[in-house]
Every structure is written in structure tokens, then in C-alpha cells.
Design a protein around this ligand. Structure first.
Ligand SMILES: C[S@@+](CC[C@H](N)C(=O)[O-])C[C@H]1O[C@@H](n2cnc3c(N)ncnc32)[C@H](O)[C@@H]1O
Length: 309
């Protein structure tokens, strides 16, 4: 059966967990359940797989897909940092593997009424969880110019952040921006893309999506909890899709792999300590040319894997 999302770096993810006996596993970003299914198939010893997603419609697709494993699965509709926090209350150091495949799914990107894509006409929504009251439309039509500029600079790394914010504030004085197309067209008129083949609205849309879903805070909060949930020898695998996500993962892995800890800021002392992680991917794993040809969305994916010490 064809599913609406093709899992990226599937072989590399399976390889990362291959040498292990997995009894309990967490997929923190279940999506269409492709990675979870592959892991359940290649590890028949799994007793429980917890699948988390903040998108109710993803959970529906994944739970139907994982029906053959129904005795082993447990689904949680929540933001992953909250769900991991709740699992931690049930016990520390009990999971053998945790996977986070960050960002949005093809289902979310391709459904125009979700409002994620500047290529489709839809409402300015961008919520992964439809019960979240904040939409991209609210941000675009009500946030002050400085705050819009900050979002585009910090979360879009958009060089023309000031112009983008100014254009929005000017346009909304005439009438609110209601659709993805209105915003995409406005960005095309007001700012230039760094590369001609990339749409001018790309980074503004990325920034708005991160803001609506508070995506970076969720990753920041989730990684230390994931570490606590793992057994010694357990593995954490994270797939990121842009440099802001990858930087958080890379820094966390680096910090937890150090055998020294700074006692205070610049010029402070370093004390010895036991590292808590060993990074298994010195450089992140990326999709092969063949995978990129089959699934262009894998082009920017980076997989980092670490083992708990
Ligand atoms: C790239 S897709 C995952 C695809 C999945 N690995 C597969 O093979 O089908 C990312 C999924 O994670 C969910 N997601 C992203 N950030 C989340 C968060 N902070 N908490 C919970 N779910 C999140 C999205 O709703 C989306 O369904």
C-alpha cells in the first residue's frame, strides 16, 4: 500500500539500531508510521513501541498502518517534549531507542487547507496540532513589525527580514492577508531569494511554521528528557531538515559527549565529569543520490545518532 509520506533515511535509521536488542522504543514523530513500521518489522523482539505525534490526523493514519502490531503499540497525541516528560514520570532509563524525525510530513505539506505550502492556495494556518489557537494568519496580521522581523531573521535566517516585515505591515493596512498565495505573492514582489530557483517566500514560510508550532523550543526541551529515558547503551537518532534544527541536535550531542564541564561563563573553570553520550555519527548521515532522486524531500535531511553511556 502507498502512504502519503515517504520516510527519509529509512535504511540508515534501521542500521543505527541494527546491532541492538530493542524491548522498548519511542517514535516521537510518528507521522505516517513508516519508520515505526520498519523498526517493528526488523525488531520482532520489541515489546512496546510508543508513537507520539501532535497531529491527530497523522496518528489516525499511523495507527491503521501499525494495526498488525496492535499488541505492542501505544499512541500519544501530544507535543513530543510534553509526551516524553509524561513517560519519564513512569520511569527513567527504560527505553532502548528513541527516534525524532523532525519537521512536517508530506501529508501536512501537501494538504492545501493546512496552509504550510507557498505552492498551494490555502488559509494561513500552519498548525501541526489543530487545537493550537495560534495560526500563521494571527502572526502575520497582528504581530508588530519588529516581532515579525525578529521571527524572519531568527527562524528563517532571511537576510531581507526587515523588508519582508515592512511589506506585510504595509499590505495589511489595506486588508488582512488571508491565504498562503497572498503572502507568497507579496514576498515575491518585496524580497529576493538567495538563489533564483528558490521561491522568495521559502524562508518566511519556514520561520512562520517554526513560530506557530514553537518547534525549536520543543526540540531543546525534548533532548535532555530523551537522554534520561534511555537505558545505558540505548540510542537516540534525530533527523533534522534545516540548520536551525541540526544545530540544536549537534550542540546537545557535543555537550553531552564532553568529559569536562564549564563551571561558569567565559574564563570559568572546567571540572571533570563522566560524559553521558557517545556520538556515533561524527558527520551527520545524508540521503544518497538515489534516495534524493526518488524522494526530493530527503535532500536536506541529516541524521545524527548517539549512544547513552
Ligand atoms: C517528518 S514527519 C515524520 C514521518 C515519520 N517518521 C514517517 O516515517 O512516516 C514529522 C511528524 O512529526 C510531527 N511533529 C513535529 N514536531 C512535533 C512535536 N514537537 N511534537 C509532536 N509531534 C511533532 C509532525 O506532526 C509530523 O507528523
Amino acid at each position: 500500500m502507498d502512504y502519503p509520506h515517504i520516510s527519509v533515511l529509512k535504511e540508515e535509521v534501521l542500521e543505527s539500531f541494527k546491532p541492538m536488542q530493542i524491548h522498548r522504543f519511542i517514535d516521537g514523530t510518528l507521522g505516517a508510521g513508516g519508520h515505526a513500521e520498519a523498526i517493528l518489522k526488523s525488531h520482532p523482539e520489541i515489546e512496546q513501541l510508543v508513537g507520539i505525534d501532535r497531529d491527530q490526523s497523522a496518528l489516525k493514519i499511523a495507527s491503521a498502518r501499525l494495526m498488525p502490531f496492535s499488541g505492542k503499540t501505544r499512541f500519544l497525541h501530544a507535543q513530543f517534549s510534553n509526551a516524553l516528560g509524561a513517560l519519564l514520570k513512569e520511569g527513567e532509563g527504560v527505553y532502548d531507542g528513541i527516534l525524532l524525525d523532525l519537521g512536517v510530513s508530506s501529508m501536512q505539506l501537501d494538504e492545501e487547507e493546512r496552509g504550510f505550502s507557498f505552492r498551494e492556495e490555502g488559509p494561513l494556518d500552519m498548525r501541526m496540532d489543530k487545537s493550537n489557537p495560534l495560526t500563521a494568519g494571527i502572526i502575520v496580521n497582528t504581530y508588530p513589525e519588529e516581532e515579525l522581523g525578529w521571527i524572519f531573521r531568527e527562524w528563517g535566517e532571511e537576510k531581507m527580514w526587515r523588508k519582508a516585515a515592512q511589506a506585510i505591515v504595509k499590505a495589511r493596512l489595506q486588508s488582512p492577508l488571508n491565504t498562503t498565495k497572498e503572502l507568497a505573492d507579496l514576498m515575491q514582489e518585496s524580497i529576493r531569494s538567495r538563489k533564483p530557483q528558490i521561491h522568495a517566500a521559502t524562508l518566511v514560510f519556514q520561520a512562520l511554521r517554526i513560530a506557530v508550532n514553537d518547534e525549536l523550543k520543543a526540540i531543546d526541551e525534548a533532548l535532555p528528557i530523551a537522554l534520561k529515558l534511555l537505558k545505558k547503551g540505548g540510542r537516540l537518532a534525530v533527523i533534522s531538515f534545516h540548520s536551525l534544527e541540526d544545530r540544536i541536535v549537534k550542540r546537545f550531542f557535543q555537550k553531552e559527549s564532553l568529559d569536562k564541564e564549564s563551571t561558569s561563563g567565559i574564563g570559568g573553570l572546567f571540572i571533570d565529569r563522566e560524559p553521558s553520550l557517545k556520538t556515533l555519527t561524527r558527520k551527520p548521515l545524508e540521503a544518497t543520490d538515489r534516495e534524493v532522486a526518488d524522494n526530493p524531500r530527503s535532500r536536506s535531511a541529516k541524521l545524527r545518532v548517539a549512544e547513552k553511556l
